[in-house]
Design a protein around this ligand. Structure first.
Ligand SMILES: Nc1ncnc2c1ncn2[C@@H]1O[C@H](COP(=O)(O)OP(=O)(O)O)[C@@H](O)[C@H]1O
Ligand SMILES: CC(=O)OP(=O)(O)O
Ligand SMILES: [Mg+2]
Length: 381
């Protein structure tokens, strides 16, 4: 089959993979620190490189240069974070879809604008190749009204599209399938702990609740996002004289680990904590405590949870953090095997790290292969 180019843009990073859906990854790369004078590119089979990349357009141009002639692509698959209620399946992108993604930008300000930058750059470069949007919200379209509805006036919610959408859906879909293959389990609590972080309750293989809501700001503590807070808090800050846009920037870009510990990258926070930095230690405790609260909540929501799943950068690599989350949950059937947990750092296959009543597993996610498969299916259907 002809290959699919997958683009996964984050707020300051660009991940890409060239994938043959039948046989696997042909090339992959990552550009980090976009927006700085020293953006870093790591591309399979090349020496790492550094150069200025002031925005995602510059990073995309760099990626295209490294990938060289992209003849004969089946499709470009884009991870798009917010699809609202309109886009619940992989969608071939035309002008109307692009406008739809743009309309949703205020609800995912760190993501949809950079997802659009990718779509536009690739359309200019490869006008004849179909482009497919795979939405982070799609897997959560099954969340029932009882979990998706905020207790607001119904007319306000309807008029402004206010509901729980949920994100990291492509990752959760992949992880749900992998966990099913690995354990035969379909009632899960998935902790996707990356730059953004979320917990998802899965029942019968379908999403029934998730910690992110109207936007990817709600829920767990993240790299730069606060997660849950008192809804009165923004008003308190605005009344005290801060500008609403400033408040949004504080909550989305200056909070979370960055706000608490001065670094958004968990590796850095961990290094600081290990070196005795009290703020970094507390930040890791708060991060783990918030996850624990959601695990408790979802044990109450999903009948017969069959596995607690850790995935994404922090979930797959940070064994002490997983121990901090699970350490006091023995009364709920969650017990880590310390040796297995310590050994599970960046596994390439699912691995069991706790075998109490609720098994605990690390399942490496792979959003890119999922996007490639869904994009290929969308253009071939
Ligand atoms: N060995 C590790 N120990 C702790 N955290 C790690 C490790 N490796 C990666 N991470 C963390 O994972 C996070 C990034 O996760 P990732 O899933 O790549 O995020 P995203 O896809 O949202 O950019 C960062 O906070 C990074 O520090
Ligand atoms: C939706 C979201 O938070 O994505 P990421 O973790 O890639 O920032
Ligand atoms: Mg991610």
């Amino acid at each position: 089959m002809k290959p699919v180019l997958v683009i996964n843009s984050g707020s300051s990073s660009l991940k890409y993979q060239l994938i043959d859906v039948g046989s696997g990854v042909l090339a992959k790369g990552l550009i980090e620190e976009i927006g700085s004078d020293a953006a870093r590119l790591r591309h399979s089979g090349r020496e790492p490189d550094t150069r200025p990349a002031k925005d995602h357009d510059a990073a995309l141009a760099w990626m295209l240069q490294v990938l060289g002639g992209l003849d004969g692509l089946l499709a470009v698959g884009h991870r798009v974070v917010h699809g609202g209620t309109r886009y619940t399946a992989p969608t071939v992108i035309d002008a109307a879809v692009e406008a739809g993604i743009e309309e949703l930008s205020p609800l995912a300000p760190l993501h949809n604008p950079v997802n659009l930058a990718g779509i536009r750059a690739l359309r200019t470069q490869l006008p004849d190749v179909p482009q497919v949007a795979v939405f982070d919200t799609a897997f959560h379209a099954t969340i029932p009204a009882v979990a998706a509805t905020y207790a607001l006036p119904l007319d306000v919610a309807a008029e402004y599209g206010v509901r729980r959408y949920g994100f990291h859906g492509t990752s959760c879909q992949y992880v749900t399938r992998r966990t099913g293959e690995y354990l035969g389990a379909e009632n899960l609590i998935i902790c996707h702990l990356g730059n953004g972080a979320s917990a998802t309750a899965v029942s019968g293989g379908r999403s029934v609740d998730t910690s992110m809501g109207l936007s990817p700001l709600e829920g767990l503590v993240m790299g730069t996002r606060s997660g849950d807070l008192d809804p009165a808090l923004p008003f308190h800050l605005i009344r005290a004289g801060l500008d609403p846009a400033e408040v949004e920037t504080i909550l989305t870009s200056r909070s979370g680990l960055r706000g608490l510990a001065g670094a958004s990258d968990m590796r850095e926070v961990r290094a600081k904590a290990d070196a005795g930095d009290a703020a970094a230690r507390l930040a890791r405790e708060i991060y783990a405590y918030r996850i624990r609260k959601y695990v408790g909540a979802y044990l109450a929501v999903v009948p017969g949870v069959q596995a607690l799943v850790f995935t994404a950068g922090v979930g797959e690599n940070d064994a002490p953090l997983r121990a901090e989350v699970c350490g006091s949950l023995a009364h709920l059937g969650i017990e880590l095997d310390d040796d297995a947990n310590r050994a599970a750092v960046g596994p390439s296959e699912p691995v069991t790290i706790g075998s109490g009543a609720v098994p605990v597993v690390v399942v490496p996610t792979d959003e890119e292969s999922e996007i490639a498969a869904q994009a290929a299916a969308a253009v071939l259907s």
